[in-house]
Write a protein that binds this ligand. Structure first.
Ligand SMILES: Nc1ncnc2c1ncn2[C@@H]1O[C@H](COP(=O)(O)OP(=O)(O)O)[C@@H](O)[C@H]1O
Ligand SMILES: [Mg+2]
Length: 265
């Protein structure tokens, strides 16, 4: 089995990284793909998408979280937690991730700590996909995330300010290929579309004009069920099967899966 590692990145907060990572991961799992999610953000939002606050805080303050593994320079194999859903596992985060930059500062080969920690899981072939949720920063930790990834997906909010900084992100990803030659931008996922507003079309037009950048056909519209689902620590489709955004994430997951397979050829 071939494992694809995909990072969800954009240094703009609120662009839909975590929501996309959680719901694409869930959708891929429901399609029968084996998926491991990694919560790389101290905000714990990805972990909170599957477990309630009490459980997440317990995981975050215990031994089984990403921060502990990185701090102890251990393989991540023993840090995997099963989610309530078939084919879907998680490595939870910790609020201590706030100190990760400092933690990495004195390490040798510090760009590759996460990549090395993931090697065993990758080689086991247990997963089709490893999805990494990145924080809204561009420090050494996000460099680690992008060094560990084969692809990145950039969620962009369809708002007047959503595009702000996207050019910088393209440049950052481009520069990252100096450290990780294999890294490719798989595509841009347009999120939080309000189809009554024309910003949406403008955002799409602008992004579609960028050469060599794939923009996913399936966009995610604004849907109040997203926040309700998150409030209940559930993927959208588990909270409300017929929610519009649940269907949209399902379609986007199929498209992403196809895009990955295309690039294998
Ligand atoms: N399609 C959507 N419709 C409505 N709200 C959304 C949608 N996608 C994300 N949100 C909300 O927007 C906020 C930011 O999304 P999030 O995925 O946390 O972004 P990021 O991880 O990039 O910071 C969250 O409060 C989330 O609930
Ligand atoms: Mg997030």
């Amino acid at each position: 089995m071939r494992t694809s590692v995909i990072a969800f990145v954009n240094n703009k907060g609120g662009s839909g990284k975590t929501t996309s990572c959680a719901n694409i991961g869930y959708s891929l799992a429901m399609m029968g793909r084996k998926v491991l999610l990694i919560d790389g953000d101290m905000q714990l939002n990805l972990s909170l998408s599957f477990f309630d606050e009490e459980q997440v805080l317990q995981l975050a303050s215990g031994e089984k979280n990403l921060y502990r593994a990185i701090k102890k320079d251990e393989a991540l194999d023993d840090y995997i937690v099963a989610t309530p859903y078939e084919n879907l596992d998680l490595i939870p985060s910790s609020t201590l991730m706030s100190g990760i930059e400092y933690e990495l500062f004195t390490r040798k080969q510090r760009e590759f700590i996460l990549k090395n920690a993931l090697q065993g899981i990758r080689q086991s072939g247990n997963y089709d996909y490893i999805l990494l949720d990145a924080p809204p920063t561009l420090g050494s930790w996000v460099v680690n995330i992008l060094c560990a990834a084969d692809y990145c997906v950039m969620p962009v909010e369809a708002s007047p300010w959503g595009l702000f900084g996207v050019a910088n992100m393209f440049e950052f990803i481009d520069e990252m290929t100096g450290l990780n030659e294999a890294l490719e931008l798989l595509g841009i996922a347009i999120t939080k579309v309000d189809s009554r507003k024309n910003y949406f079309k403008q955002t799409l037009d602008t992004l579609r004009q960028v050469e060599d950048v794939h923009v996913f056909e399936h966009v995610i519209r604004v849907d109040s069920e997203v926040e309700w689902a998150q409030d209940h620590s559930k993927p959208i489709a588990e909270y409300k099967r017929k929610a519009r955004s649940a269907g949209e994430y399902r379609e986007l997951a199929v498209e992403m899966d196809e895009e990955v397979r295309k690039r294998w050829q």
